[in-house]
Design a protein around this ligand. Structure first.
Ligand SMILES: *Cc1c(COP(=O)(O)O)cnc(C)c1O
Length: 432
């Protein structure tokens, strides 16, 4: 199998006339078709909602597109809530799944009418304090079963080591306390493994949450309004991996629903998801230009981008496929490390990667940067984060976030007189 980019060299040559590299580019067509496939997969569940995990691609243009398809948003911080509110998301369209949460963020989430997903039992009191003693009418709690989580295809994760969620006993205690305080409707949430391939992950955690909700309903008589399967549905970063069949994932969750929920009389419970990576991940590319070639103990290709635009390879050793535009069908007869300029030896998009012969001026597409790409950017070494472009279905394109300038970098130093001088006499500071 080979991985093809959704842009050609000719398209990029046209775009760089207006917006030079590096930039992340997103395919509107790809994002729309994926979100539609998610809604189709869960259309058996009347109230199904995908709450897009804003952290994956926090851009208002993207959120607006997803909103049109009926998506809500999953936020985890004040600024993510502010972005959601600015884009017109309201009330139950907003899920607030945070942990280690400041009072002020709970208060703002409640003011927006968001569904608050409590990560810890002590947060009931924190929330009371934040809201002046009253609790919302609907609320969700995050479950962590502990131990080791294993799927039949070998996927494994370690919830017992994860900082998130409450134990089963704590969930019971929390629901009782919340019921007493007047909460009328409950949700349950869990997130047990990241970037899962194969179609069993959601069905497996659905079974865990369905069984728990039946118990809670029977023992406490509380109204279960929704089950939140969270994120974790993966994408094929490597060319030999197959994409998840979301339709089959939906069917397997339906099977579990009919087996566990329906017989218990819980046949009106809404399913929700908080996918990030699955929705936008494959539909983003980081486009960068080769500006340097270096042959020492190894062969290096230096680009005009760096880990500050895509940290996953440096942080997790994550594989991101690379295509050299215009050389898609060339033989992969060279071995390179593809690097950025940071003073950190992990600033490599690829190590020992088989690629066609690369020349200075070539454009590289680094695949699958539509989630946790630009979003995890940073400013180390004074590097300025790149911008974002949205490619429309008709081939036209829109800049949806401009690249940073030194002005952005120095904005928080405007407390300093020398820096303030840059704002007053910008002509003396090239590029400012
Ligand atoms: C990160 C996260 C998500 C999204 O996860 P993906 O793997 O990108 O789908 C959803 N919910 C919560 C609470 C998260 O922390």
């Amino acid at each position: 199998m080979s991985k093809q980019p959704f842009v050609t060299k000719a398209m990029i040559e046209k775009i760089v006339k207006t917006y030079p590299t590096p930039f992340h580019i997103y395919s509107e067509e790809g994002i729309c078709s994926t979100v539609k496939s998610v809604y189709d997969a869960f259309d058996w569940n009347h109230g199904f909602t995908e709450y897009f995990a804003v952290k994956a691609l926090p851009n208002p243009f993207i959120l607006n597109i997803l909103h049109e398809y009926g998506c809500g948003v999953d936020c985890s911080s004040l600024t993510e809530l502010q972005m959601a509110a600015a884009c017109g998301f309201k009330g139950r369209e907003i899920m607030f799944s945070s942990n280690d949460t400041p009072l002020q963020e709970f208060a703002y989430a409640h003011q927006l009418g968001a569904i608050i997903n409590l990560d810890d039992i002590t947060h009931i009191d924190t929330l009371r304090e934040a809201l002046g003693g009253i609790l919302p009418k609907y609320i969700s709690c995050r479950f962590n079963p502990g131990g080791v989580f294993k799927l039949s295809n070998g996927i494994m994760d370690n919830p017992g080591e994860a900082k998130y969620g409450m134990t089963e006993d704590q969930i019971f205690e929390a629901f009782k306390d919340l019921q007493k305080a007047g909460v009328k409707e409950f949700g349950l949430h869990t997130f047990l493994a990241s970037n899962t391939l194969g179609e069993d992950y959601y069905a497996e955690i659905a079974r865990i949450l369905f069984n728990l909700s039946v118990k809670l309903h029977q023992e406490l008589g509380c109204k279960i309004g929704f089950i939140n399967l969270s994120g974790g549905v993966g994408i094929p970063y490597k060319p030999d991996q197959a994409p998840n069949n979301i339709c089959l994932i939906g069917e397997k969750v339906q099977e579990a629903y009919e087996e566990i929920m329906v017989p218990a009389g819980l046949d009106k419970v809404n399913i929700c998801t908080e996918m990030g990576r699955f929705i936008t991940g494959p539909h983003g590319h980081l486009v960068t230009k080769v500006i340097n070639r270096k042959d020492t103990h190894k062969h290096y290709i230096g680009t005009d981008s760096s880990a500050t635009d895509l940290i996953r390879p440096a942080m997790y050793g994550a594989y991101h496929h690379i295509t050299v535009l215009g050389k898609e069908s060339w033989e992969l007869d060279h071995i390179y490390d593809v690097t950025g300029p940071l003073c950190e030896n992990n600033d490599k998009f690829a190590v020992n990667r088989e690629l066609p012969r690369i020349e200075i001026g070539d454009y590289l597409v680094i695949h699958d940067t539509g989630a946790h790409g630009r979003a995890m950017g940073y400013n180390y070494n004074g590097r300025l984060r790149c911008g974002e472009i949205l490619l429309h279905p008709d081939g036209s394109f829109t800049e949806i976030r401009r690249r940073e300038t030194p002005r952005d970098y120095f904005a928080t130093l405007d407390v300093c007189p020398e820096i303030r001088d840059m704002y007053i006499h910008p002509q003396s500071y090239p590029g400012f």
